[in-house]
Design a protein around this ligand. Structure first.
Ligand SMILES: [Ca+2]
Ligand SMILES: [Ca+2]
Length: 232
């Protein structure tokens, strides 16, 4: 038993050292002089609460139970999408105006959501020039805690997205939208939005696809923010 306790003691010690090292690693990016936490102006959470029958499965991230950890981004990045021109596959949305994608409004209110027809639809932001893009933050529709299908986000210098396309997010695992098989997870819409790490991809246009949600065949979008540096 004494021997067992010695082994147990060593195991605990190793675990403690391991934990300290892990904490050290997670703190490291903050020490990076060129980076800072991305600061977002978050909307209020929905007052509708969390549904009892949330979808689940191996490809859906569980609903977070605590605030998102900081996301580090190069110093000087700004939201270069605010107020920029937006186009869409659905020229005549069921509700809302396409320009609302970049108007800065993203509260969980009906009049701050654009609803487009069913099937795969996209919205596209023209940043007016090429940027070095480090993060895209997207709110589809956080009026309800729900999962959007076929979330595909692409960057290009071609407004038609026929060439030089970089896909920075794709959770279309069955390729039902025909843009390629995605390896990213589905996730729940919350007031925090979704941060997409773009790692400095250069481009002028950002396009975001969806194909309905677990609640509705319609495609909703509230806001897209693009945190970027001028392209050198
Ligand atoms: Ca908006
Ligand atoms: Ca799909």
């Amino acid at each position: 038993m004494k021997h067992f306790n010695q082994i147990l003691g060593r195991l605990v010690l190793v675990s403690v050292i391991g934990a300290v090292m892990t904490i050290g690693q997670t703190i490291l990016p903050a020490a990076d002089q060129d980076k800072e936490p991305l600061k977002l102006k978050l909307p209020m959470p929905t007052l509708k609460g969390t549904p009892d029958d949330l979808p689940s499965g191996p490809n859906i991230e569980p609903l977070p139970t605590k605030p998102r950890p900081p996301f580090f981004i190069p110093k000087g990045c700004e939201n270069v999408a605010k107020g920029k021109k937006v186009t869409a596959s659905d020229k005549n949305p069921i509700s809302g105006e396409i320009s609302m994608v970049t108007d800065g409004q993203k509260e969980a209110f009906d009049d701050q959501v654009i609803e487009m027809r069913k099937g795969t639809q996209w919205v596209q932001v023209d940043l007016e020039k090429e940027y070095e893009i480090h993060a895209i933050v997207i709110w589809h529709d956080h009026r309800w805690i729900q999962v959007f299908r076929d979330v595909v986000i692409q960057i290009s210098n071609d407004p038609d997205f026929t060439r030089d396309v970089v896909t920075v997010y794709n959770n279309d695992v069955d390729n039902s939208s025909g843009l390629g098989i995605g390896k990213d997870k589905e996730y729940f819409e919350t007031h925090e939005g979704r941060i997409i790490d773009c790692k400095g991809v250069r481009g002028r246009y950002v396009r975001a696809y969806t194909r309905g949600s677990n609640m509705s065949a319609l495609n909703c979008i509230q806001e897209i923010e693009v945190y970027a540096l001028p392209s050198k």
